[in-house]
Design a protein around this ligand. Structure first.
Ligand SMILES: Cc1ncc(COP(=O)(O)O)c(C=O)c1O
Length: 351
């Protein structure tokens, strides 16, 4: 028997840790559970990375990814000093939490939303308040803007609902917040609007973006945030010295320059999303209009049953449970063939 006390800090011992969606390594699944892009990344990405696979790998990467930053800044029409690169947007959310939140401080975010926000609070031994969305997926600023919050996270488009608050509404929230408001635009490439323009007039707005979804680069690990230069400079002190490797920086740069490719794949996904939304509604599910690459379905038969029946048929969707709410299914928009298969399987399960 081991009589030594746990070496972990008590709040780490107490937490469960973030559980990512299933990534089966064997079996042939139609994988519609982790919001990956069904289309490969721009061919320009492989080109850019392959030319750098030489002696340059001996060297550390540029710690602030100067060329990447410039390309991202040019795309958004902002100053490069407003960009911070991250090892995926999860890295940026971690940096933000470590920078602004001390143990015992308060983090606020809506529910149901991205489950990682809670994990970040727990890791920091912070308190958190989960503010429920209204039935129509809006948020009341009076409930959200808690006076002692140290940081607020807002996934917009939201996961799992796919719903998106307009920049005007987000501006109202930002004005009401006493602290930085992180607008997590992981799915921003699929939405009609975004909040990048708010950063100029709202010093507390930080927008995070990723290449994992719209650009089909979840395996590369690259993202960025847009914030005022003083905020970026402060966050730079908190990041790991070399938080992005040279290949990810090159891949991200090549991807953001190839907007024609993004528009082509995005267009296909948005069209398939409409079809999937309608099919799930026709089966009787409640499906809010999605601005992301997935749809959220609540209704019957119960989500757990459907999840298991689909899995048995080789189709993997995400079963999600949030306190005080019936479980739901979050279904990633795949290729047309994959969604045809999903719809056919759903017909068999529900029928
Ligand atoms: C709302 C939201 N934010 C951030 C992320 C993390 O993205 P990344 O792959 O850039 O770390 C995800 C991933 O699923 C997400 O759903």
């Amino acid at each position: 028997m081991n009589s030594r006390p746990s070496p972990f800090r008590p709040h780490v011992d107490a937490m469960t840790g973030y559980v990512p969606g299933e990534q089966p390594r064997d079996g042939e699944f139609i994988k519609l559970n982790t919001n990956e892009n069904p289309y490969p990344p721009s061919p320009k990405v492989a080109e850019a990375i392959s030319v750098a696979l030489d002696g340059r790998l001996r060297r550390y990467p540029d710690p602030v990814g100067t060329a990447f930053r410039k390309a991202v800044a040019a795309h958004h029409g902002v100053d490069p000093a407003m960009i911070l690169a991250g090892n995926g947007s999860d890295d940026l959310l971690t940096i933000i939490t470590r920078a602004f939140v001390s143990p015992g401080d308060l983090i606020v975010y809506p529910t149901p939303s991205y489950i990682l926000y809670r994990t970040l609070a727990e890791l920091q031994a912070a308190r958190f308040v989960e503010v429920p969305f209204a039935d129509d997926w809006t948020l009341d600023p009076a409930k959200f803007a808690l006076p002692d919050a140290k940081v607020a996270f807002l996934a917009n488009p939201n996961s799992p609902s796919g719903t998106c608050l307009t920049p005007d509404v987000v501006a109202t929230l930002a004005e009401a917040m006493p602290c930085p408001l992180v607008v997590d635009e992981a799915y921003g490439d699929y939405a009609e609007t975004n909040c990048v323009g708010l950063v100029a007039n709202h010093p507390n707005v930080i927008v995070t973006r990723t290449f994992s979804k719209g650009y089909g680069l979840a395996g590369l690990r690259i993202g960025y945030l847009i914030a005022r230069p003083d905020v970026v400079a402060g966050l730079e002190k908190v990041k790991d010295s070399y938080n992005c490797d040279s290949l990810s920086l090159l891949g991200g740069e090549a991807a953001i320059v190839d907007q024609a490719y993004l528009m082509e794949t995005r267009g296909k996904i948005v069209a398939t999303r409409h079809r999937l939304t309608q099919a799930m509604r026709d089966l009787g599910y409640r499906v809010p209009d999605s601005s992301a690459n997935f749809v959220w379905c609540e209704g019957s038969p119960p989500a757990k049953e459907v999840y298991e029946a689909l899995k048995a048929k080789g189709v993997l969707v995400r079963l999600m449970r949030y306190p005080g709410r019936e479980a739901g299914l979050r279904i990633t928009v795949g290729t047309d063939r994959e969604i045809d298969q999903l719809i056919a399987s759903m017909g068999e399960v529900v029928g």
